[in-house]
Design a protein around this ligand. Structure first.
Ligand SMILES: Cc1cc2nc3c(=O)[nH]c(=O)nc-3n(C[C@H](O)[C@H](O)[C@H](O)COP(=O)(O)OP(=O)(O)OC[C@H]3O[C@@H](n4cnc5c(N)ncnc54)[C@H](O)[C@@H]3O)c2cc1C
Length: 387
């Protein structure tokens, strides 16, 4: 049985960035990446945007030769089924494989729609999911998207831009009211509805039947396609079974991505990582943060030292509009909206200190916000003209 220097479970951005970082930091041991996903590593962000609209098929993270050139044994469609942190092994295809270092980058799975008929709804996480959704949309005239998080808003807008009559259903009066506040939610609603989507707020789905999507006010929305964009559940089950510290369904790691077991790291959506700038553990579900986590885990596995201090952030494209968000992501006690000629900025504060910024066509505020949040300074006091 050959020992892999580094085993990585998962081929998303956290896993692949860990490989890149390990090699860049001089890690010379054998690298094995095992992934439950049958496809070669790809980018998820386009799946609800350009890919769903049919504007691109090219979502590969790296060409296949890249893995050969970097001496990576990539086993896709081969899930890890157990981790033994005492024996230092990962089980793949029923065989325990020894590791020197292990990175758990297993990401998350769609939570689904727990109502009668909920299994009729499509989900959108993997490339295979995206192919299924795009195929269903190509023969459809109408769709219901359940859930108005960023992926729900993006997918609804993309489906509308394909010419479908789309209804976006969510429990908040406006999208993400609880997370981002009513004013920001109104602006997000306007971005989505400007693509032709009909937004139905204050609504819960009670079932999906042959007649369509049934809401809690008794209305049934007839449609050809239903997409559940109702959040994700991290894949922490391997870690729990291995006895690692897990909190709120995520693997607890330090700022160096170390778990509670020696030589085992966790990165990306599955982790609950300590951020040195904010001084606490936070959960993030963003592409760039997963890359940053993987970068740190790979560096550590190669013997270098690195810690997580970046302010989490992401970009979301809803129709033609790009919205950018930096935030610690665990709430605020005050928010203020600043309108610009062709966009807006929302500043979020807690105890008079900036904890988030949401922008649309206001890149300088996005950059400014990152610095203010990182250095725990207040949001700008007065309206600023941007762009
Ligand atoms: C449609 C869509 C659009 C998005 N758009 C944006 C965006 O615009 N901006 C943004 O910041 N974020 C976006 N995100 C979120 C972003 O993609 C995730 O935060 C990111 O992919 C998390 O990376 P990860 O590596 O932690 O996990 P994942 O990307 O989920 O990768 C996890 C990997 O682990 C594998 N795996 C799971 N269990 C096992 C096992 N037992 N054995 C082996 N392999 C396993 C999975 O198959 C997968 O390959 C989007 C997500 C989706 C689905």
């Amino acid at each position: 049985m050959t020992t892999a220097g580094l085993i990585i479970i998962g081929s998303g951005p956290a896993g692949i960035s860990a490989v890149e970082s390990y090699r860049r930091h001089g890690g010379a041991g054998p690298v094995l990446v095992c992934s439950a996903d049958p496809d070669l590593p790809y980018e998820r962000p386009p799946l609800s945007k350009d890919f769903l609209r049919g504007d691109t098929d090219d979502v590969a993270l790296h060409p296949p030769e890249w893995f050969v050139e970097h001496d990576v044994d990539l086993r896709h469609g081969r899930p890890a089924t157990a981790v033994d942190v005492d024996a230092h092994t990962v089980t793949v295809d029923g065989q325990p494989i020894p590791y020197e270092s292990l990175v758990l980058a297993c990401g998350a799975a769609p939570s689904g729609l727990p109502v009668p008929g909920g299994e009729r709804a499509l989900s959108l996480r993997s490339l295979a999911d995206a192919h299924r959704l795009r195929e269903a949309a190509s023969g459809a005239t109408s769709a219901v998207v359940v859930g108005a998080g960023f992926i729900g808003c993006e997918a609804a807008a993309s489906l509308a831009m394909r010419g479908l009559a789309v209804t976006l259903v969510a429990p908040d009066a406006v999208p993400q009211e609880k997370r981002l506040g009513a004013e920001a939610g109104r602006r997000l609603r306007d971005l989505v509805t400007s693509t032709g989507v009909r937004y139905v707020g204050n609504a819960k789905v009670t079932s999906i039947t042959d007649a369509g999507v049934v809401l809690d006010d008794g209305v049934t929305v007839d449609c050809d396609v239903v997409l559940a964009a109702t959040g994700v559940t991290p894949h922490a089950e391997l870690a729990s079974a291995a006895g690692l510290d897990v909190e709120d369904g995520r693997i607890v790691v330090g700022a160096d991505m170390r778990t509670s077991a020696a030589d085992v790291y966790a990165a990306g959506d599955v982790s609950f990582a300590f951020n040195t700038a904010v001084g606490r553990h936070i959960a993030v579900e963003h592409w760039q943060d997963a890359m940053d986590h993987g970068e740190i885990a790979g560096a550590q596995a190669a013997g270098a030292r690195d810690t997580w201090h970046a302010v989490p952030g992401f970009w979301s494209t809803i129709g033609e509009a790009t919205v950018k968000y930096h935030a610690w992501g665990d709430g605020f006690d005050a928010s203020r909206v600043v309108d610009h000629d062709d966009g807006f900025t929302v500043w979020y504060e807690t105890d008079g200190v900036a904890v988030g910024v949401l922008t649309c066509n206001a890149d300088d505020d996005y950059d400014l916000g990152e610095g203010l949040i990182a250095s725990r300074r207040p949001a700008p006091p007065r309206r600023r003209r941007t762009n």
